[in-house]
Design a protein around this ligand. Sequence first.
Ligand SMILES: Cc1cc2nc3c(=O)[nH]c(=O)nc-3n(C[C@H](O)[C@H](O)[C@H](O)COP(=O)(O)O)c2cc1C
Length: 169
Amino acid sequence: MNSMEAILSRRSIRKYTHEPVAEDLIEDILKAGMNAPSAGNEQPWHFVLIDDRSVLNEISKLHPYAKMLSEAPLALLVCGDESREKFRDFWVQDCSAATENMLLAAHALGLGAVWLGIFPAEKQVEGVRRLLNIPGHVIPFSIISLGYPAEEKEGLDRYDASRVHRNSW
Ligand SMILES: Cc1cc2nc3c(=O)[nH]c(=O)nc-3n(C[C@H](O)[C@H](O)[C@H](O)COP(=O)(O)O)c2cc1C
């Protein structure tokens, strides 16, 4: 699958088989995340792998839109490290780029994944921080729920020419 095919066919997958995700695929997905562009090349990210069933269940309880984690074999938490910032507040964009790279890599590798928003929802940020012992200078940003897909979704054509402007609005 080339990059354009991956981008246009990726969908959020929320149902998975119970098969554990192969370690080499997890490493490929992490490589994709760490290869994202970042402001000043600061690479302000950390990743927490979560495959402990009781922790996955706890997150599914504290997050209002993360019920799929109670069935997912794996979740990857993407965090931003404020102590690595050269340009204030750009860590959000850096972690977004890393998250999207990881979603696309997961899809290209035959896995199913969905982005679960954490930051800036305070309750979710603090709930995940407490549960996983995340230090104060590190901010839980997003969770990628991951597994071998147990649902199929068609790619969608969302191209909308009315959103495109040239030279001025
Ligand atoms: C910042 C962000 C937060 C999201 N949070 C959730 C979430 O908490 N739970 C969920 O099931 N999906 C979540 N999604 C996935 C969106 O619902 C999904 O991308 C959107 O409906 C478009 O569908 P598609 O990904 O299949 O193209 C999130 C996506 C983004 C970008």
